[in-house]
Design a protein around this ligand. Structure first.
Ligand SMILES: NC(=O)C1=CN([C@@H]2O[C@H](COP(=O)(O)OP(=O)(O)OC[C@H]3O[C@@H](n4cnc5c(N)ncnc54)[C@H](OP(=O)(O)O)[C@@H]3O)[C@@H](O)[C@H]2O)C=CC1
Ligand SMILES: O=C1O[C@H](COP(=O)(O)O)[C@@H](O)[C@H](O)[C@H]1O
Length: 497
């Protein structure tokens, strides 16, 4: 179904249009929005890169990328409409004097959205260049890719540079996990269902697990990844954002700042991890060679361009505690790693056991109820409940069985395509809604908590623990849970295979 256009026309300027993110994600997402009729027909999409290219060459390049990365055959009608919106400008983004070239390509009557898909180190130059060319006005929006900085101090520098030219209500900091259907569904699940809303605290929940496993390695991004590591690449942003949505208090409404105020309170409640408790609370690992989905893959230190002495972590597991009323005594166990057996992101809410067991004859200990939220793949929600096995056997004793109430998005919403997270976020920027973007204080709060962990790792001088590619991480991550007499819930993706 083609939807009515709901977005006002804009000049969507894509800085770094030849880069990996733009090619793989942003251009295909814009194309999909065109296909669903969600881009206004007067919108322009202006690619910016530093080399000479004619418009025809640029259009051909965009077509090639969409064919390669959209995962479907090109729809000729959509492509015709989409390609007519394309434009290209050559700018050396570091040369702040070269931005005059823009003027003839943009139209002051349209809102300008500048997407900075470039290294964050040049965000400041881009903002300054736009300012010097007198292009910035109050309606303009700027989208910043993650990571914003390397730590608290460097994120402040970048945020200050951008804030010199833009107000906070013009700045859209992307965390693409916030555009994933299932992450958004956390808000619906929690606040549209009294079943969960009334059981969502330390009285009813034993612990929470958040696992984000990737089967890929670093995909040729050694230069970036080795400086970052899994903590900065995944935990500082995606995992802490998911945790905030699970743990936050109900916002008064769904406005951007109402939600972001509540997420910030969660980040402020994170119990510090430092050199006193680092060994008990965290595990870091680095993959060695192994087999993923039957294919032999190199170890981290054997990746192209690798520095063979690198101590960068590709896996993190941690026990996180929140010092607030709702979550007192409820640990959040987080784990994320590259080169795991499968791609699988899941949240598991494990509820407390019943106070008294009436069914000792069939179950010495009743297994706890679990709510599993499958973020990807096979997006859905699953509740594990105990059920009587139908039949006449037994008298007072009942045969019980652990069963699942399973809501699979693809089965339940068969007519709906699950959009890529970037589609959702690009649309929200065009509509001027900041609710799914991260505010400066959230980014800084997350960095200050993460900085203390990284400092503790560095001062401990302990190398990351090796784990074979294609496994679920170092054995120590199992011990992290076992110490608390708990264990990681097996990925539902793995169980199906
Ligand atoms: N790739 C991904 O999957 C993800 C990326 N990100 C973030 O997105 C941003 C972009 O990443 P990615 O696409 O991977 O990076 P790339 O290096 O692939 O792309 C960056 C682009 O910026 C351009 N650029 C850099 N300096 C200049 C300059 N002075 N003038 C003009 N153009 C310049 C590069 O041009 P040239 O081609 O000429 O070198 C390149 O096309 C980064 O902030 C990254 O952290 C975030 C999440 C995932
Ligand atoms: O931001 C990033 O995310 C991807 C994982 O994203 P997903 O949507 O595929 O789960 C990760 O591979 C990359 O290293 C990181 O920069």
């Amino acid at each position: 179904m083609v939807l009515e256009s709901t977005v006002k026309p804009c000049d969507f300027v894509l800085f770094g249009t030849k880069g990996d993110l733009a090619r793989r994600k942003l251009l295909p997402s814009l194309y999909q929005l065109e296909k669903t009729g969600l881009i206004h027909q007067d919108t322009r999409i202006i690619g910016v890169a530093r080399n000479e290219m004619s418009l025809d060459e640029y259009v051909a390049l965009v077509k090639e990328n969409i064919e390669k990365f959209s995962g479907e055959a090109l729809c000729q009608d959509t492509w015709q409409q989409f390609s007519a919106k394309l434009d290209y400008v050559k700018v050396d983004m570091k040369d702040t004097a070269s931005y005059g070239a823009f003027k003839e390509h943009v139209d002051a009557s349209r809102t300008m959205v500048c997407y900075l898909a470039t290294p964050p180190a040049i965000y400041g130059d881009i903002c300054k260049g736009l300012y010097q060319a007198d292009i910035i006005d109050a309606s303009m929006r700027v989208v910043l890719e993650k990571p914003i900085g390397h730590d608290f101090a460097s994120s402040q520098v970048i945020n200050d540079q951008v804030a010199e030219y833009f107000n906070e209500n013009q700045i859209y900091r992307i965390d693409h996990y916030l555009g994933k259907e299932t992450v958004l569904n956390l808000i619906a699940l929690r606040f549209a269902n009294s079943l969960f809303a009334t059981n969502w605290d330390h009285n009813c929940i034993d612990h929470v697990q958040i696992s984000v496993a990737e089967s890929v390695g670093i995909e040729g991004r050694w230069g970036y990844f080795d400086e970052a590591g899994q903590m900065r690449d995944m935990v500082q942003n995606h995992l802490l954002q998911i945790l905030s949505l699970i743990a936050m208090e109900p916002p008064t409404d769904l406005n951007a700042d109402s939600i972001r105020d509540e997420k910030l309170k969660v980040l402020k409640a994170l119990r510090p991890i430092n050199s006193h408790n680092i060994a008990d609370k965290t595990v870091r690992g680095q993959y060695t060679s192994g087999f993923v989905k039957g294919e032999e893959v190199p170890g981290y230190l054997e990746e192209p361009d690798a520095n063979q002495k690198s101590g960068t972590e590709t896996f993190v597991a941690m026990k996180v505690e929140l010092d607030n009323w709702r979550w007192a005594g409820v640990p959040f166990y987080l784990r994320t790693g590259k080169r795991m057996p499968t791609k699988s992101s899941e949240i598991v809410i494990v509820f407390k056991p019943q106070p008294h067991n009436l069914f000792k004859e069939s179950f010495k200990e009743l297994p706890p109820n679990k709510l599993t939220i499958r973020l990807q793949p096979d997006e859905g929600v699953e509740v594990t409940v105990m059920n009587k096995v139908p039949g006449l056997t037994g008298s007072s004793a009942m045969d019980l069985q652990k069963t699942k109430l399973n809501l699979s998005f693809s089965e339940t919403f068969q007519d709906e395509r699950i959009a890529d997270a970037y589609e959702k976020l690009l649309l929200e920027v065009m509509m001027g809604n900041q609710a799914l973007f991260v505010r400066r204080d959230e980014v800084e709060q997350a960095w200050s908590w993460v900085d203390s962990i990284i400092e503790a790792w560095e001062s401990s001088n302990e190398p990351p623990e090796p784990y074979q590619a294609g496994t679920w991480g170092p054995v120590a991550s199992i011990a992290l849970m076992a110490r608390d007499e708990r264990n990681w819930v097996e990925s539902s993706v793995k169980k199906k295979k």
